[in-house]
Design a protein around this ligand. Structure first.
Ligand code: AP5
Ligand code: ZN
Length: 216
């Protein structure tokens, strides 16, 4: 299955992508994770991306599209994938439609995670990420048993630079301006399914998997 997850920053895309990708046995491809890995390794791509990420803006389409095009040619993605955080602009969506079309395939479904801004702010202000395995935690909603330490791999937890309140406000503005038009783009293709992304993580996963069942 070829799937896309869209939703505002903090909607739970990364959290849900992990469970849904495992359920479908497809790779989870997160452009945010790929950029962050490049930032950590200080690659040229990471140095360029960091400027935009720190300001709460988007990395230019051309850079992002080329990175995804390369990733989708890797063998694990040929039979299916779950994209988290891409596409994020209409030109990125059009480029994805074209790259899949050139290979004779297309997207099956786009899941939109729906949460309001107050909930997003609560989620982002308490988020902690693992440096070791990239698992996403929350100080209140999904706290590890030892503060600051990942239960899964023992790695150190950190707070993302772009989770500062002023950067979050800019990310929400950018989402409304540049990413929300994707709802219309995919709605017009009959591929969009909206999921209520509030409540416990497991309930959201169940709603998403139910939606996949009804559309497959
Ligand atoms: P990216 O990493 O994609 O950030 P984002 O879209 O802003 O989304 P987040 O990762 O902040 O949130 P999420 O929806 O994954 O929520 P999460 O599961 O962590 O991108 C970062 C930056 O990279 C962008 O700003 C941009 O600069 C650049 N970039 C990336 N892709 C790009 C692209 N395509 N084009 C251009 N630039 C790009 O959950 C949040 C918190 O809530 C966690 O603590 C979690 O534990 C908690 N939580 C999750 N679900 C629940 C629940 N049901 N109840 C309670 N808490 C919950
Ligand atoms: Zn970990």
């Amino acid at each position: 299955m070829r799937l896309v997850l869209v939703g505002p920053p903090g909607a739970g895309k990364g959290t849900q992508a992990e469970y849904i990708a495992a359920h479908l046995s497809v790779p989870k491809i997160s452009t945010g994770d790929i950029f962050r890995a490049n930032v950590t390794q200080a690659t040229p791509l990471g140095l360029e991306a960091k400027r935009y990420m720190d300001a709460g803006g988007l990395v230019p389409d051309e850079v992002t599209i080329n990175m995804v095009r390369e990733r989708l040619t890797e063998p694990d993605a040929t039979d299916g994938f779950l994209l988290d955080g891409f596409p994020r602009t209409v030109p990125q969506a059009e480029a994805l439609d074209k790259m899949l079309g050139d290979s004779g395939v297309s997207l099956d479904l786009v899941l939109e995670l729906i949460v309001d801004n107050d909930e997003v702010i609560r989620r982002l202000s308490g988020r902690r990420n693992c440096r070791g395995c990239t698992k996403i935690w929350h100080v209140e909603f999904d706290a590890p048993s030892r503060e600051g330490v990942c239960d899964r791999c023992g790695g150190v937890l950190y707070q993302r630079d772009d989770d500062k309140p002023e950067t979050v406000a800019e990310r929400l503005r950018v989402y409304a301006r540049d990413t929300s038009p994707l709802v219309e783009h995919y709605g017009g293709q009959g591929k969009l399914v909206g999921i209520d992304a509030t409540g416990p993580v497991e309930d959201v996963t169940e709603r998403a998997i139910d939606a996949l069942r009804s559309y497959s």
